[in-house]
Design a protein around this ligand. Structure first.
Ligand SMILES: [Zn+2]
Length: 546
Protein backbone atom coordinates (compact mmCIF):
# COMPACT_ATOMS: atom_id res chain seq x y z
CA UNK A 1 0.00 0.00 0.00
CA UNK A 2 2.68 2.47 0.99
CA UNK A 3 4.36 2.83 -2.41
CA UNK A 4 0.91 3.41 -3.94
CA UNK A 5 0.24 6.23 -1.41
CA UNK A 6 3.55 7.79 -2.24
CA UNK A 7 3.02 7.69 -5.96
CA UNK A 8 -0.39 9.29 -5.70
CA UNK A 9 0.95 11.86 -3.24
CA UNK A 10 3.81 12.57 -5.56
CA UNK A 11 1.46 12.98 -8.50
CA UNK A 12 -0.61 15.48 -6.57
CA UNK A 13 2.56 17.29 -5.60
CA UNK A 14 3.59 17.40 -9.25
CA UNK A 15 0.23 18.75 -10.27
CA UNK A 16 0.32 21.38 -7.54
CA UNK A 17 3.68 22.80 -8.32
CA UNK A 18 4.66 24.76 -11.40
CA UNK A 19 8.36 24.51 -10.75
CA UNK A 20 9.98 21.28 -11.67
CA UNK A 21 7.14 19.59 -13.51
CA UNK A 22 9.36 19.00 -16.47
CA UNK A 23 12.29 17.93 -14.34
CA UNK A 24 10.66 15.44 -12.02
CA UNK A 25 8.90 12.84 -14.05
CA UNK A 26 9.31 9.89 -11.76
CA UNK A 27 9.26 9.04 -8.11
CA UNK A 28 13.02 8.55 -7.73
CA UNK A 29 13.63 12.14 -8.74
CA UNK A 30 11.80 13.39 -5.69
CA UNK A 31 14.87 12.73 -3.57
CA UNK A 32 16.73 15.25 -5.70
CA UNK A 33 14.15 17.91 -5.04
CA UNK A 34 15.67 20.85 -3.12
CA UNK A 35 15.13 20.61 0.64
CA UNK A 36 13.25 23.86 1.43
CA UNK A 37 10.79 23.24 -1.40
CA UNK A 38 10.47 19.69 -0.14
CA UNK A 39 9.31 20.95 3.27
CA UNK A 40 6.81 23.29 1.68
CA UNK A 41 5.25 20.34 -0.07
CA UNK A 42 5.34 18.04 2.94
CA UNK A 43 1.96 19.19 4.20
CA UNK A 44 0.45 18.40 0.83
CA UNK A 45 1.88 14.90 0.94
CA UNK A 46 0.66 14.24 4.46
CA UNK A 47 -2.76 15.59 3.61
CA UNK A 48 -2.99 13.41 0.53
CA UNK A 49 -1.80 10.36 2.44
CA UNK A 50 -4.56 11.03 4.96
CA UNK A 51 -7.20 11.51 2.26
CA UNK A 52 -6.07 8.51 0.33
CA UNK A 53 -5.95 6.15 3.27
CA UNK A 54 -9.23 7.28 4.81
CA UNK A 55 -11.47 7.67 1.78
CA UNK A 56 -10.28 5.51 -1.07
CA UNK A 57 -8.07 2.76 0.26
CA UNK A 58 -8.89 0.24 -2.47
CA UNK A 59 -9.01 1.91 -5.82
CA UNK A 60 -6.26 3.79 -7.61
CA UNK A 61 -8.82 5.02 -10.15
CA UNK A 62 -10.59 7.12 -7.51
CA UNK A 63 -7.32 8.79 -6.59
CA UNK A 64 -6.40 9.45 -10.22
CA UNK A 65 -9.66 11.11 -11.26
CA UNK A 66 -9.09 14.56 -9.72
CA UNK A 67 -5.63 14.71 -11.30
CA UNK A 68 -7.13 15.31 -14.73
CA UNK A 69 -7.17 19.11 -14.66
CA UNK A 70 -9.07 21.40 -17.00
CA UNK A 71 -6.26 23.96 -17.05
CA UNK A 72 -3.80 21.37 -18.32
CA UNK A 73 -6.16 20.17 -21.04
CA UNK A 74 -6.79 23.77 -22.07
CA UNK A 75 -3.06 24.55 -22.18
CA UNK A 76 -2.38 21.62 -24.53
CA UNK A 77 -5.30 22.46 -26.82
CA UNK A 78 -4.31 26.12 -27.00
CA UNK A 79 -0.70 25.20 -27.76
CA UNK A 80 -1.79 22.79 -30.51
CA UNK A 81 -4.24 25.31 -31.98
CA UNK A 82 -1.68 28.13 -32.17
CA UNK A 83 1.17 25.73 -33.04
CA UNK A 84 3.83 28.35 -32.39
CA UNK A 85 7.42 27.77 -33.50
CA UNK A 86 9.94 29.36 -31.14
CA UNK A 87 12.84 30.10 -33.49
CA UNK A 88 12.43 31.55 -35.92
CA UNK A 89 9.24 32.78 -34.27
CA UNK A 90 6.21 31.69 -36.27
CA UNK A 91 2.54 30.93 -35.59
CA UNK A 92 1.22 28.22 -37.93
CA UNK A 93 -2.38 27.77 -36.69
CA UNK A 94 -2.56 24.58 -38.72
CA UNK A 95 -1.42 20.97 -38.39
CA UNK A 96 -2.33 19.91 -41.92
CA UNK A 97 -0.33 16.80 -42.76
CA UNK A 98 0.63 18.41 -46.08
CA UNK A 99 2.16 21.38 -44.26
CA UNK A 100 5.30 19.67 -42.99
CA UNK A 101 6.89 22.60 -41.15
CA UNK A 102 3.69 23.09 -39.17
CA UNK A 103 3.16 19.36 -38.58
CA UNK A 104 6.75 18.79 -37.48
CA UNK A 105 6.46 21.68 -35.05
CA UNK A 106 3.30 20.16 -33.53
CA UNK A 107 5.00 16.73 -33.41
CA UNK A 108 7.91 18.28 -31.47
CA UNK A 109 5.45 19.77 -28.94
CA UNK A 110 3.77 16.38 -28.45
CA UNK A 111 7.12 14.59 -28.04
CA UNK A 112 8.22 17.19 -25.47
CA UNK A 113 5.02 16.68 -23.51
CA UNK A 114 5.52 12.89 -23.50
CA UNK A 115 9.10 13.47 -22.31
CA UNK A 116 7.87 15.15 -19.13
CA UNK A 117 7.70 11.51 -18.01
CA UNK A 118 11.19 9.98 -18.27
CA UNK A 119 9.72 6.50 -17.96
CA UNK A 120 8.06 6.86 -21.37
CA UNK A 121 10.18 5.72 -24.31
CA UNK A 122 9.39 8.34 -26.94
CA UNK A 123 10.12 7.94 -30.64
CA UNK A 124 9.02 9.33 -33.98
CA UNK A 125 7.66 6.79 -36.41
CA UNK A 126 8.21 8.22 -39.89
CA UNK A 127 6.68 6.94 -43.12
CA UNK A 128 6.20 8.53 -46.53
CA UNK A 129 7.07 11.98 -45.23
CA UNK A 130 4.63 11.77 -42.32
CA UNK A 131 5.34 11.35 -38.60
CA UNK A 132 3.57 9.53 -35.74
CA UNK A 133 4.78 10.12 -32.18
CA UNK A 134 4.88 6.91 -30.12
CA UNK A 135 5.44 6.78 -26.34
CA UNK A 136 5.80 3.40 -24.66
CA UNK A 137 5.51 2.51 -21.00
CA UNK A 138 7.19 -0.87 -20.89
CA UNK A 139 5.84 -3.67 -18.69
CA UNK A 140 7.30 -4.09 -15.22
CA UNK A 141 10.62 -5.96 -15.33
CA UNK A 142 9.24 -9.16 -13.77
CA UNK A 143 6.31 -9.45 -16.18
CA UNK A 144 6.30 -12.01 -18.98
CA UNK A 145 3.24 -10.52 -20.65
CA UNK A 146 3.43 -9.51 -24.29
CA UNK A 147 0.07 -7.72 -24.16
CA UNK A 148 -0.17 -4.16 -25.43
CA UNK A 149 -2.83 -1.55 -24.63
CA UNK A 150 -2.98 1.46 -26.94
CA UNK A 151 -4.41 4.92 -26.30
CA UNK A 152 -4.23 7.08 -29.44
CA UNK A 153 -5.42 10.31 -31.02
CA UNK A 154 -4.64 11.94 -34.35
CA UNK A 155 -3.00 15.35 -34.27
CA UNK A 156 -3.31 16.47 -37.89
CA UNK A 157 -6.10 18.85 -38.96
CA UNK A 158 -7.96 20.11 -41.98
CA UNK A 159 -10.56 22.79 -42.74
CA UNK A 160 -11.96 21.31 -45.91
CA UNK A 161 -15.49 22.56 -45.13
CA UNK A 162 -14.22 26.12 -45.68
CA UNK A 163 -14.90 27.18 -49.26
CA UNK A 164 -11.35 28.32 -50.00
CA UNK A 165 -9.46 25.60 -48.12
CA UNK A 166 -5.81 25.30 -49.07
CA UNK A 167 -3.76 22.90 -46.92
CA UNK A 168 -0.57 24.93 -47.32
CA UNK A 169 -1.93 28.40 -46.64
CA UNK A 170 -5.27 28.14 -44.77
CA UNK A 171 -5.64 27.97 -41.00
CA UNK A 172 -6.86 24.66 -39.57
CA UNK A 173 -6.62 25.15 -35.78
CA UNK A 174 -8.33 21.84 -34.95
CA UNK A 175 -8.93 22.67 -31.29
CA UNK A 176 -11.76 20.18 -31.00
CA UNK A 177 -10.73 17.93 -33.91
CA UNK A 178 -8.50 16.69 -32.49
CA UNK A 179 -6.72 18.91 -29.98
CA UNK A 180 -9.15 17.52 -27.38
CA UNK A 181 -8.13 13.91 -28.04
CA UNK A 182 -4.40 14.67 -28.04
CA UNK A 183 -4.68 16.71 -24.83
CA UNK A 184 -6.56 13.91 -23.06
CA UNK A 185 -3.99 11.36 -24.25
CA UNK A 186 -1.01 13.49 -23.12
CA UNK A 187 -2.44 13.92 -19.63
CA UNK A 188 -3.36 10.24 -19.30
CA UNK A 189 0.11 9.18 -20.48
CA UNK A 190 1.70 11.49 -17.94
CA UNK A 191 -0.42 10.16 -15.07
CA UNK A 192 -0.26 6.44 -15.87
CA UNK A 193 3.48 6.46 -16.59
CA UNK A 194 4.07 6.93 -12.85
CA UNK A 195 2.97 3.32 -12.26
CA UNK A 196 4.10 -0.15 -13.22
CA UNK A 197 1.84 -2.43 -15.20
CA UNK A 198 2.24 -6.03 -16.28
CA UNK A 199 1.60 -5.02 -19.89
CA UNK A 200 2.89 -2.39 -22.27
CA UNK A 201 0.90 0.85 -22.40
CA UNK A 202 1.43 2.62 -25.71
CA UNK A 203 0.39 6.18 -26.38
CA UNK A 204 0.35 7.34 -30.02
CA UNK A 205 -0.31 10.67 -31.71
CA UNK A 206 -1.19 9.78 -35.31
CA UNK A 207 -0.34 11.92 -38.31
CA UNK A 208 -2.25 12.10 -41.61
CA UNK A 209 -5.55 10.74 -40.31
CA UNK A 210 -7.55 13.33 -42.22
CA UNK A 211 -6.05 12.24 -45.54
CA UNK A 212 -6.86 8.54 -45.26
CA UNK A 213 -6.00 7.24 -41.77
CA UNK A 214 -2.41 7.00 -42.99
CA UNK A 215 -0.67 7.19 -39.60
CA UNK A 216 -2.76 4.49 -37.97
CA UNK A 217 -2.67 2.29 -41.09
CA UNK A 218 1.10 2.38 -40.99
CA UNK A 219 1.27 1.54 -37.29
CA UNK A 220 -1.36 -1.22 -37.39
CA UNK A 221 0.24 -2.84 -40.43
CA UNK A 222 3.66 -2.92 -38.77
CA UNK A 223 2.17 -4.28 -35.55
CA UNK A 224 0.35 -7.06 -37.39
CA UNK A 225 3.50 -7.97 -39.35
CA UNK A 226 5.45 -8.21 -36.11
CA UNK A 227 2.69 -10.34 -34.56
CA UNK A 228 2.13 -7.86 -31.76
CA UNK A 229 -0.43 -8.88 -29.17
CA UNK A 230 -2.49 -5.68 -29.07
CA UNK A 231 -5.36 -6.33 -26.66
CA UNK A 232 -7.34 -3.10 -26.89
CA UNK A 233 -7.10 0.23 -28.69
CA UNK A 234 -8.77 3.32 -27.23
CA UNK A 235 -8.87 6.02 -29.91
CA UNK A 236 -10.06 9.49 -28.90
CA UNK A 237 -11.15 11.73 -31.75
CA UNK A 238 -13.05 14.97 -31.06
CA UNK A 239 -14.77 15.03 -27.68
CA UNK A 240 -15.47 18.68 -26.87
CA UNK A 241 -18.27 20.18 -28.93
CA UNK A 242 -21.51 19.55 -27.10
CA UNK A 243 -23.20 22.19 -25.00
CA UNK A 244 -26.51 20.39 -24.53
CA UNK A 245 -25.45 17.12 -22.91
CA UNK A 246 -22.40 15.33 -21.53
CA UNK A 247 -22.60 12.74 -24.26
CA UNK A 248 -19.84 10.50 -25.55
CA UNK A 249 -20.37 7.94 -28.29
CA UNK A 250 -18.29 4.76 -28.29
CA UNK A 251 -17.90 3.24 -31.74
CA UNK A 252 -17.26 -0.52 -31.73
CA UNK A 253 -17.48 -3.52 -33.99
CA UNK A 254 -18.66 -6.94 -32.78
CA UNK A 255 -15.38 -8.11 -31.36
CA UNK A 256 -14.67 -4.77 -29.62
CA UNK A 257 -17.97 -4.70 -27.73
CA UNK A 258 -16.20 -5.73 -24.56
CA UNK A 259 -14.11 -2.53 -24.64
CA UNK A 260 -17.36 -0.56 -24.89
CA UNK A 261 -18.65 -2.54 -21.90
CA UNK A 262 -15.52 -1.69 -19.94
CA UNK A 263 -16.12 2.02 -20.57
CA UNK A 264 -19.83 1.82 -19.70
CA UNK A 265 -19.14 -0.07 -16.48
CA UNK A 266 -16.38 2.35 -15.46
CA UNK A 267 -18.64 5.35 -16.10
CA UNK A 268 -21.12 4.00 -13.55
CA UNK A 269 -18.57 2.58 -11.12
CA UNK A 270 -16.71 5.89 -10.83
CA UNK A 271 -19.95 7.89 -11.04
CA UNK A 272 -18.63 10.11 -13.85
CA UNK A 273 -22.12 11.02 -15.03
CA UNK A 274 -21.41 10.81 -18.75
CA UNK A 275 -24.28 10.00 -21.02
CA UNK A 276 -22.90 7.15 -23.10
CA UNK A 277 -24.01 5.76 -26.42
CA UNK A 278 -22.38 2.55 -27.61
CA UNK A 279 -22.66 2.34 -31.38
CA UNK A 280 -21.87 -1.06 -32.85
CA UNK A 281 -21.42 -0.37 -36.53
CA UNK A 282 -18.66 -1.93 -38.60
CA UNK A 283 -19.30 0.55 -41.42
CA UNK A 284 -18.06 3.54 -39.40
CA UNK A 285 -14.61 4.08 -40.86
CA UNK A 286 -14.13 7.78 -40.12
CA UNK A 287 -11.38 7.42 -37.53
CA UNK A 288 -8.27 5.49 -36.62
CA UNK A 289 -10.05 2.53 -34.98
CA UNK A 290 -10.73 1.35 -38.54
CA UNK A 291 -7.02 0.69 -39.26
CA UNK A 292 -6.90 -1.67 -36.26
CA UNK A 293 -10.18 -3.39 -37.14
CA UNK A 294 -8.72 -4.14 -40.56
CA UNK A 295 -5.85 -6.02 -38.84
CA UNK A 296 -8.27 -7.91 -36.56
CA UNK A 297 -7.36 -5.93 -33.47
CA UNK A 298 -10.04 -4.78 -31.01
CA UNK A 299 -10.45 -1.01 -31.11
CA UNK A 300 -13.00 1.65 -30.18
CA UNK A 301 -13.27 5.36 -30.85
CA UNK A 302 -14.59 7.81 -28.27
CA UNK A 303 -16.21 10.70 -30.11
CA UNK A 304 -18.79 13.41 -29.39
CA UNK A 305 -20.87 12.03 -32.29
CA UNK A 306 -19.97 9.66 -35.10
CA UNK A 307 -21.83 12.08 -37.41
CA UNK A 308 -20.66 15.50 -36.11
CA UNK A 309 -22.19 17.33 -39.08
CA UNK A 310 -25.70 16.10 -38.21
CA UNK A 311 -28.12 16.57 -35.27
CA UNK A 312 -28.93 13.51 -33.22
CA UNK A 313 -30.37 12.75 -29.79
CA UNK A 314 -28.49 14.82 -27.22
CA UNK A 315 -26.26 16.39 -29.87
CA UNK A 316 -26.52 19.45 -32.10
CA UNK A 317 -24.56 19.38 -35.36
CA UNK A 318 -21.12 20.94 -34.91
CA UNK A 319 -20.94 23.95 -37.26
CA UNK A 320 -17.19 24.39 -36.68
CA UNK A 321 -16.25 20.82 -37.65
CA UNK A 322 -13.43 20.86 -40.25
CA UNK A 323 -13.43 24.65 -40.49
CA UNK A 324 -10.98 27.41 -39.54
CA UNK A 325 -13.40 28.29 -36.69
CA UNK A 326 -12.70 25.08 -34.71
CA UNK A 327 -11.07 27.00 -31.84
CA UNK A 328 -10.59 26.55 -28.11
CA UNK A 329 -13.36 29.01 -27.15
CA UNK A 330 -16.04 26.63 -28.54
CA UNK A 331 -15.04 23.72 -26.31
CA UNK A 332 -17.03 22.34 -23.38
CA UNK A 333 -14.16 21.49 -21.03
CA UNK A 334 -16.35 19.75 -18.49
CA UNK A 335 -17.13 17.19 -21.17
CA UNK A 336 -13.51 16.85 -22.35
CA UNK A 337 -12.41 16.34 -18.75
CA UNK A 338 -15.01 13.67 -18.09
CA UNK A 339 -14.11 11.72 -21.22
CA UNK A 340 -10.42 11.97 -20.31
CA UNK A 341 -11.25 10.69 -16.83
CA UNK A 342 -13.24 7.81 -18.30
CA UNK A 343 -10.38 6.72 -20.58
CA UNK A 344 -7.89 7.14 -17.72
CA UNK A 345 -9.64 4.90 -15.20
CA UNK A 346 -10.74 2.32 -17.75
CA UNK A 347 -7.23 1.88 -19.11
CA UNK A 348 -5.74 1.85 -15.60
CA UNK A 349 -8.21 -0.80 -14.52
CA UNK A 350 -7.90 -3.08 -17.53
CA UNK A 351 -4.09 -2.95 -17.66
CA UNK A 352 -3.71 -2.90 -13.90
CA UNK A 353 -6.11 -5.49 -12.50
CA UNK A 354 -8.35 -7.13 -14.99
CA UNK A 355 -5.61 -8.54 -17.18
CA UNK A 356 -3.39 -9.72 -14.33
CA UNK A 357 -2.04 -13.16 -15.09
CA UNK A 358 -2.76 -14.57 -11.63
CA UNK A 359 -6.10 -12.96 -10.77
CA UNK A 360 -8.11 -12.51 -13.91
CA UNK A 361 -11.30 -13.33 -11.96
CA UNK A 362 -12.68 -10.60 -9.69
CA UNK A 363 -12.48 -11.13 -5.96
CA UNK A 364 -16.19 -11.05 -5.65
CA UNK A 365 -18.82 -12.20 -3.21
CA UNK A 366 -22.54 -11.75 -3.64
CA UNK A 367 -25.08 -12.61 -0.95
CA UNK A 368 -28.55 -11.79 -2.16
CA UNK A 369 -31.32 -11.34 0.36
CA UNK A 370 -34.81 -9.92 0.36
CA UNK A 371 -35.96 -6.65 1.88
CA UNK A 372 -39.19 -4.72 1.38
CA UNK A 373 -38.92 -1.06 0.37
CA UNK A 374 -41.98 1.05 -0.49
CA UNK A 375 -44.06 -2.16 -0.56
CA UNK A 376 -41.78 -3.53 -3.31
CA UNK A 377 -39.51 -6.54 -2.93
CA UNK A 378 -35.85 -5.56 -3.24
CA UNK A 379 -32.81 -7.80 -3.39
CA UNK A 380 -29.78 -6.54 -1.52
CA UNK A 381 -26.35 -8.05 -1.11
CA UNK A 382 -22.71 -7.35 -0.68
CA UNK A 383 -19.84 -7.42 -3.13
CA UNK A 384 -16.08 -7.10 -3.21
CA UNK A 385 -14.26 -6.31 -6.39
CA UNK A 386 -10.86 -4.88 -7.10
CA UNK A 387 -12.06 -3.41 -10.41
CA UNK A 388 -15.25 -1.98 -11.88
CA UNK A 389 -18.21 -4.33 -12.16
CA UNK A 390 -21.92 -4.04 -12.76
CA UNK A 391 -24.43 -6.25 -10.93
CA UNK A 392 -27.51 -7.55 -12.72
CA UNK A 393 -30.27 -9.28 -10.73
CA UNK A 394 -32.81 -11.76 -12.07
CA UNK A 395 -35.76 -12.24 -12.37
CA UNK A 396 -36.31 -9.00 -14.24
CA UNK A 397 -32.76 -8.45 -15.52
CA UNK A 398 -32.51 -5.41 -13.23
CA UNK A 399 -29.26 -3.45 -13.00
CA UNK A 400 -28.56 -2.99 -9.29
CA UNK A 401 -27.65 0.28 -7.60
CA UNK A 402 -24.14 -0.07 -6.18
CA UNK A 403 -22.99 1.60 -2.99
CA UNK A 404 -19.23 1.32 -3.22
CA UNK A 405 -18.57 2.84 0.19
CA UNK A 406 -20.58 0.08 1.91
CA UNK A 407 -19.89 -2.63 -0.71
CA UNK A 408 -23.62 -3.25 -1.06
CA UNK A 409 -26.09 -3.38 -3.91
CA UNK A 410 -29.88 -3.11 -4.19
CA UNK A 411 -32.34 -3.90 -6.96
CA UNK A 412 -36.16 -3.80 -7.11
CA UNK A 413 -37.02 -7.25 -8.45
CA UNK A 414 -40.41 -8.56 -9.64
CA UNK A 415 -40.74 -11.58 -7.31
CA UNK A 416 -43.77 -13.87 -7.33
CA UNK A 417 -45.38 -15.01 -4.06
CA UNK A 418 -43.68 -18.23 -2.95
CA UNK A 419 -40.25 -19.52 -3.95
CA UNK A 420 -38.11 -17.57 -6.42
CA UNK A 421 -34.75 -18.49 -7.88
CA UNK A 422 -32.82 -15.24 -7.52
CA UNK A 423 -29.57 -14.79 -9.39
CA UNK A 424 -27.13 -11.91 -8.93
CA UNK A 425 -24.49 -11.61 -11.65
CA UNK A 426 -21.38 -9.49 -11.47
CA UNK A 427 -20.62 -8.39 -15.02
CA UNK A 428 -17.14 -7.21 -15.97
CA UNK A 429 -15.55 -6.67 -19.39
CA UNK A 430 -13.93 -10.11 -19.51
CA UNK A 431 -16.79 -12.17 -18.14
CA UNK A 432 -19.41 -12.61 -15.46
CA UNK A 433 -19.85 -14.42 -12.15
CA UNK A 434 -23.19 -15.40 -10.69
CA UNK A 435 -24.57 -16.58 -7.39
CA UNK A 436 -28.03 -18.06 -7.00
CA UNK A 437 -30.27 -18.36 -4.02
CA UNK A 438 -33.85 -19.56 -3.48
CA UNK A 439 -35.74 -16.73 -1.85
CA UNK A 440 -39.25 -17.18 -0.47
CA UNK A 441 -41.39 -14.13 -1.00
CA UNK A 442 -44.33 -13.95 1.41
CA UNK A 443 -46.13 -11.20 -0.39
CA UNK A 444 -48.67 -10.37 2.35
CA UNK A 445 -51.46 -8.27 1.01
CA UNK A 446 -51.41 -7.04 -2.58
CA UNK A 447 -53.92 -5.01 -4.55
CA UNK A 448 -55.21 -6.81 -7.61
CA UNK A 449 -57.28 -3.92 -8.94
CA UNK A 450 -58.45 -0.48 -7.82
CA UNK A 451 -61.10 1.18 -9.97
CA UNK A 452 -62.90 4.54 -9.93
CA UNK A 453 -65.73 4.63 -12.52
CA UNK A 454 -66.83 6.58 -14.48
CA UNK A 455 -63.87 8.90 -14.55
CA UNK A 456 -64.19 11.72 -15.42
CA UNK A 457 -67.65 11.86 -13.94
CA UNK A 458 -69.93 14.20 -15.92
CA UNK A 459 -73.05 14.91 -13.91
CA UNK A 460 -73.51 16.15 -10.42
CA UNK A 461 -76.06 13.46 -9.55
CA UNK A 462 -74.32 10.57 -11.21
CA UNK A 463 -72.94 7.95 -8.85
CA UNK A 464 -69.25 7.25 -8.85
CA UNK A 465 -68.42 3.61 -8.15
CA UNK A 466 -65.29 2.65 -6.22
CA UNK A 467 -64.19 -0.96 -6.47
CA UNK A 468 -61.12 -2.59 -5.00
CA UNK A 469 -59.95 -6.18 -5.12
CA UNK A 470 -57.12 -7.72 -3.11
CA UNK A 471 -55.38 -11.08 -2.99
CA UNK A 472 -56.65 -11.69 0.58
CA UNK A 473 -60.04 -11.13 2.28
CA UNK A 474 -60.56 -7.52 3.33
CA UNK A 475 -61.54 -7.10 6.96
CA UNK A 476 -62.42 -3.47 6.67
CA UNK A 477 -62.10 -0.88 4.03
CA UNK A 478 -62.80 2.80 3.60
CA UNK A 479 -62.30 5.56 1.10
CA UNK A 480 -61.37 9.17 1.88
CA UNK A 481 -61.95 11.80 -0.77
CA UNK A 482 -59.86 14.96 -0.73
CA UNK A 483 -60.18 18.12 -2.76
CA UNK A 484 -57.17 19.23 -4.80
CA UNK A 485 -56.07 21.56 -1.99
CA UNK A 486 -56.01 18.68 0.49
CA UNK A 487 -59.29 19.14 2.42
CA UNK A 488 -61.17 15.98 3.41
CA UNK A 489 -64.50 16.19 1.55
CA UNK A 490 -66.06 12.83 2.31
CA UNK A 491 -65.32 9.52 4.00
CA UNK A 492 -67.20 6.36 2.95
CA UNK A 493 -67.04 2.92 4.59
CA UNK A 494 -68.47 0.87 1.70
CA UNK A 495 -69.32 -2.83 1.77
CA UNK A 496 -67.42 -6.09 1.34
CA UNK A 497 -68.92 -8.36 -1.30
CA UNK A 498 -70.97 -11.06 0.41
CA UNK A 499 -69.91 -13.84 -1.95
CA UNK A 500 -66.27 -12.77 -2.39
CA UNK A 501 -64.64 -11.08 0.64
CA UNK A 502 -61.65 -10.00 -1.45
CA UNK A 503 -63.87 -7.47 -3.26
CA UNK A 504 -65.11 -4.19 -1.80
CA UNK A 505 -67.35 -1.47 -3.20
CA UNK A 506 -68.56 2.01 -2.35
CA UNK A 507 -70.66 4.66 -4.11
CA UNK A 508 -70.67 8.43 -3.98
CA UNK A 509 -73.21 10.96 -5.25
CA UNK A 510 -70.72 13.87 -5.27
CA UNK A 511 -72.26 15.44 -2.18
CA UNK A 512 -70.69 16.33 1.14
CA UNK A 513 -72.23 15.47 4.51
CA UNK A 514 -74.84 18.26 4.41
CA UNK A 515 -76.06 17.31 0.97
CA UNK A 516 -74.30 20.09 -0.88
CA UNK A 517 -72.83 19.16 -4.27
CA UNK A 518 -69.08 19.47 -4.64
CA UNK A 519 -67.45 21.82 -7.12
CA UNK A 520 -66.08 20.43 -10.30
CA UNK A 521 -62.39 19.66 -10.25
CA UNK A 522 -59.89 16.96 -9.46
CA UNK A 523 -60.36 14.88 -6.28
CA UNK A 524 -57.92 12.51 -4.68
CA UNK A 525 -59.46 9.21 -3.50
CA UNK A 526 -57.51 7.31 -0.91
CA UNK A 527 -58.45 3.62 -0.50
CA UNK A 528 -57.48 2.10 2.84
CA UNK A 529 -57.75 -1.62 3.57
CA UNK A 530 -57.22 -3.36 6.89
CA UNK A 531 -55.75 -6.86 6.39
CA UNK A 532 -54.19 -8.96 9.17
CA UNK A 533 -53.98 -5.89 11.46
CA UNK A 534 -52.05 -3.92 8.84
CA UNK A 535 -53.23 -0.99 6.78
CA UNK A 536 -52.56 -0.80 3.04
CA UNK A 537 -53.46 2.16 0.90
CA UNK A 538 -53.74 3.21 -2.72
CA UNK A 539 -54.78 6.53 -4.24
CA UNK A 540 -56.62 7.35 -7.44
CA UNK A 541 -57.66 10.66 -8.94
CA UNK A 542 -61.27 11.45 -9.84
CA UNK A 543 -62.21 14.30 -12.17
CA UNK A 544 -65.71 15.78 -11.80
CA UNK A 545 -66.83 17.91 -14.75
CA UNK A 546 -70.14 19.29 -15.98
ZN1 LIG B 1 -10.64 13.91 -36.18
Amino acid sequence: MAPEFLRIAYLVLLRNTRVGVDDFGSWKHLTEYSKPAMFQQLNTIIFVLFLYSSIVPADRGDALLPLIRTEHLKAHITALQENTQQSPKRIYRTRSAYHRDASDNAAAYIADQFRRSPRLKVEFETFGGFKNIVARLLPRATSKSNRVFILCAHYDTQSDRDADWNPLTSPAPGANDNGTGVAAMLEIAHLLSQFDYDHELRFIAFDAKEIGLMGSRHHARKAAQAGENIIAVFNIDMIGFNWISDLVEVVTDDSSLWIGDALLIANKWYDLGLEMRRTRDESIDSSDHKSFWDKDYHAVTLVESSTPWRDSRGYEANPFYHTSRDTVDKINFRLVRKVAQLALVTLNSLAGREFQEMTSVPSLTIHPQLVMRQNLPHITGSFESSFPIEIVVNPGNVTAQLDRSNHTYTAAVPLKPGENRVRATAVYPLGARSVEKIITFDSGFAWESVIVFPNPSRQIDELTVFRAEGNLPLEKMSISIYSADGLLVKEIQGVVDASNPRIWRAWWNHRVAFGIGVAMGIYVCRFEALVNQKTYSQTRKLAIIR
